[in-house]
Ligand binder design. Sequence first.
Ligand SMILES: [Fe+2]
Length: 305
Amino acid sequence: MITNGTNAANGSTAHDQQKPKFDPNFTQHVIDLMSPETKPRHRQILTSLIRHMHDFCREVELQQDEWILGVNYINSLGQAYKKNRNETWRVQAADGKVPTSSSILGPFWSPDTPFRALGASVVQDMPPDGQLTRFRGVVRDVETGRGIPSAVFDMWQASTNGKYDAHDPENQSRHNLRGKFRTDADGRFDFYCLKPTEYAIDTSGPSAELLAVMGRHPWRPAHIHVMVTHDEYIGVTAQLYPDDDPYLETDTACAVKDDLLLHFTPVENEPNGAVLEVEYDVNLLSKEYKPDSNMLMQNANQDKF
Ligand SMILES: [Fe+2]
């Protein structure tokens, strides 16, 4: 699989840190996602744009908070006439420009997600076709391999209809399919969620026009968003994907990486009714990291309640 290959420590091992910081094939992969029907002039312009923008991001090693600052600025232009549009997240994700952290944040993170007890479920409103999944893992120090106590594992996901809580009030209560979990003394976390479902991005705006010019579909592979933080470690923002998803190679947001894949295993007679289970460990690099929370707050899209 060709993925963006930027410098995340997430899901990797100390040995993996020897790999090149950037995947040399990623930019060409994004360019090759354009359809054979793309008009030659459109192909020429977009190929050059993608190359230059990827080179720019690599050259300055653009960081997550810097990325968010730029996206929020561009969003503010659109919001000047329509609040909550956040169109630029989609446009720029379609170009495959991702920060040098693990993967994209997306427009649906919430600053108000509640902490839940280890072992709790984030499924407040179970859809008829939902597959309850036990999700567990360890947040580790990538250098020592030891579990990190009191790390925060913040996760959010769409329901089986492809919608997040804020955009689906008919079916979902606030904070449905969201939760923050604080790791125990051994760095472990454990909760219940749904197996995620593929969804197409909103195709009513200009991001869809760009995809149409490139002859690309609007589908995202199924995913669970995670943001893992600890005061003494570099935070990781990522999306985790079922390893059997049909859209891994052609993700409209180009946000899939090999170390972000989940393997779901069927289980029977699980005490809380889970039909699947998955394990995933997160590896963090030790370093003081203080993201500007104001930037994240500005991107939140939770004021529709
Ligand atoms: Fe998402």
